[in-house]
Design a protein around this ligand. Sequence first.
Ligand code: ATP
Ligand code: MG
Length: 139
Amino acid sequence: MAGTKTLTMIKPDAVRNGHIGAILNDISAAGFRISAMKLTQLSKADAEAFYAVHSERPFFGELVEFMTSGPIVAAILEKDNAVEDFRTLIGSTNPAEAAEGTIRAKYATSIGENAVHGSDSDENAQIEGDFHFAGREQF
Ligand code: ATP
Ligand code: MG
């Protein structure tokens, strides 16, 4: 059975560009419940750990630099089929390829600065939720 939880980050570009409210509105309108949320900033070590799966990729340095460049909003979202439905809501990694109306189509500027993160599996949703939030911060 598909899980009910995913982890999102509103990335530094979208925070800088003033899109927190609009993105949270889209998330709520799509039927997700926010069960944890905070404004925070990743350290270099945090970003390297969070994106460790990409450590051998050519864009890793750029990704870590960008993700630490300013505050982010981290949140755990709940809904049936959360991981897949959230990735549909945000659209393709490259905003130029993201479907019309998706969060990345509306708010992202490039493949590197693409407005939001979404977990890619139920297992990673759990790991990433616990990366950002203590048990007493999850409701
Ligand atoms: P995310 O994990 O942030 O939700 P994603 O799952 O759509 O994004 P991944 O393949 O996991 O995409 O890549 C993680 C992040 O690395 C992307 O969101 C993007 O910011 C960055 N990235 C991926 N590919 C490239 C690339 N070719 N050039 C620059 N940055 C990239
Ligand atoms: Mg990913």
